[in-house]
Design a binder for this molecule. Structure first.
Ligand SMILES: [Zn+2]
Length: 533
């Protein structure tokens, strides 16, 4: 262990450099068939964990969870089977909606049955409580024991005004996960999101497939009883029928886009039931740290998900989903960062923590568990830097920042990029909500400023078109397929440059007293401000 070295040495040119052979070694190993696609709960998990711990140890890191390398993540697999149609009654009428075709519902509760009877229905607009926009769809409303119906996306979508929410850039409030969480916080018994293809970004078929079959969830001590008993979707046409039956003017849907909107009791009740088969499982996050020399309780959190999809349906004769980019790349990257920060030339003043998290592919579960059970005080957590799916197509001129504009970490990334004569650009497709789709989001959700970036849009030698072609080639042929294999010819120059950026950002934060802030208008700012003041 080398973190007692003298502070003078780390000034000047003796800064640690990412090493290609190390990185290649990690990539080859993690993406090898020996690791069986790194699926949680399998032999592949055990092999991966052993490898990570031994490499972190070699790097000079110490166990990060009160003497342990692990944080246990309890999960429940719940397979909900709906008992029949959704029954809506009131105004002397009774209508039924067909499961799968017109509505879907699941439960996160670890209970064998769900039985919702005559639950009063409320239309709660977008189902959003957003203090920074002075917006509260639940204001003055008591939804305990009731079923709330909410619209998909957020009110800014399609309004042509980027200052209203974020226009077409999806905010956290537009995500279905948020709507379910908020309904649960409000005490609703059930929550149904009204589907519409354009604002959802996907057709009904995606909902129909996604909301059926076994689902893996985190399991809280009370078996997720704090969640709504049913979380589902209802088709647009079904919602129109509900409004008609209740005698409610459908223009209400447009009113929901205004601040004057007030939730409406529909004068109808609904009933639905389901039977659930439950299995309990445990997986592990790996937690390693390089303790800081001056303020060890203040931490910079690097994260990367170690898991992938395991062994599955064969494609072209290959059934092992090795997950080379997704995410042996990010995992190798944090192993190399641990070695760099563990070198005698680093000696960071604040602690550097490496979280290799589990079950990202099942819905960011490992990092979500960390954020619900943080090992390091969020108020002492300076920033998160997440690495996921780093492209290995050679050196890039850009550094693409997903969620650009969210926090001051953009400035740190920009400074680091400039040292390599690279420029910073926002995610070209912010409407897709990528900021909410990897592990950094779990940290953002508890207010920790989070950075998610990589080069990939502008190849330093071959230009933008080539970079785009390479990206598409991956998405079409390899993403989430057994073909995401280790490639001995992969050009790692770009990955090494990106590692240097992740190092520089973390190193600047680790040797300063600064606390990067969320910017005005970020949906995470008020969460951070609540415990930082
Ligand atoms: Zn993935």
């Amino acid at each position: 262990m080398l973190f007692f070295s003298c502070a003078q040495q780390k000034e000047g040119s003796m800064s640690p450099t990412p090493d290609e052979d190390n990185v290649r070694g990690h990539l080859e190993r993690l993406a090898s068939d020996e690791f069986q696609g790194r699926m949680p709960f399998t032999e592949g998990e055990k092999k991966t964990l052993d490898y990570l711990v031994s490499e972190f140890e070699k790097a000079g890191a110490v166990p990060g969870n009160n003497g342990s390398w692990y944080q246990e993540v309890p999960m429940a697999e719940v397979n909900s089977i709906l008992n029949g149609n959704l029954l809506v009654e009131g105004s002397g009428q009774q209508i039924e909606f067909q499961q799968a075709a017109e509505y879907v519902a699941l439960t996160r509760r670890v209970s064998e049955t769900v039985d919702i009877r005559n639950s009063p229905m409320v239309f709660a607009g977008y189902g959003i409580v957003a203090p920074e926009y002075d917006w509260n769809d639940y204001e003055g409303l008591d939804v305990k024991g009731k079923t709330v119906i909410v619209l998909v996306n957020d009110p800014g979508f399609g309004m042509g005004d980027t200052s209203f929410f974020k226009g077409n850039t999806m905010t956290y409030y537009g995500r279905w996960t948020y709507k379910y969480e908020e309904a649960a916080r409000q005490g609703a018994e059930a929550v149904l999101i009204v589907h519409k293809t354009i604002p959802a970004g996907y057709p009904w078929g995606v909902v129909e497939n996604g909301w059926s079959g076994p689902q893996l969830y985190l399991e809280s001590e009370d078996g997720n009883q704090g969640r709504c008993a049913a979380e589902g979707w209802i088709s647009w046409d079904s919602f129109q029928k509900i409004l008609e039956t209740s005698g409610t003017d459908p223009s209400l849907i447009n009113d929901a886009k205004t601040n004057a909107f007030q939730a409406v009791e529909l004068g109808l009740t609904c009933s639905l039931g389901m039977s659930n088969t439950i299995r309990h499982s445990k997986s592990q996050n790996v937690v390693a740290m390089i303790p800081g020399t001056e303020s060890p309780e203040e931490v910079i959190l690097y994260s990367a998900h170690w898991d992938h999809l395991g062994i599955g349906k064969p494609i072209d004769g290959d059934s092992i989903y090795n997950g080379f980019l997704d995410n042996a790349s990010g995992t190798s990257c944090i192993l190399e960062l641990a070695r760099m920060f563990g070198s005698e030339y680093a000696a960071p003043k604040r602690s550097i923590v490496f979280l290799a998290v589990t079950a990202e592919e099942q819905g960011l579960l490992g990092s979500a568990f960390y954020s619900e059970n943080p090992i390091f005080d969020p108020a002492k957590s300076v920033a998160n830097i997440n690495t996921d799916g780093l492209t290995m197509n050679g050196p890039m001129k850009d550094l693409t920042v997903v969620g650009y504009g969210q926090s001051e970490l953009d400035d740190y990334a920009e400074r680091a990029a400039h040292k390599q004569d690279r420029y910073i650009i926002p995610d070209p497709d912010p409407g897709k909500g990528y900021f909410f789709r990897s592990d950094h989001f779990s940290f953002a959700k508890i207010g920790i400023p989070a950075l998610y970036c990589e080069g990939g849009a502008d190849h330093a030698e071959q230009g933008k078109e080539y970079a785009e072609e390479m990206k598409m080639e991956y998405l079409i042929n390899r993403y989430h397929k057994p073909q995401d294999n280790y490639d001995p010819d992969a050009d790692l120059r770009g990955l090494l440059n990106d590692i240097r950026i992740f190092y520089d950002v973390g190193n600047e934060l680790a040797n300063a007293e600064a606390w990067p802030q969320w910017r005005e208008g970020s949906e995470f700012k008020s969460i951070r401000d609540q415990y930082m003041n």
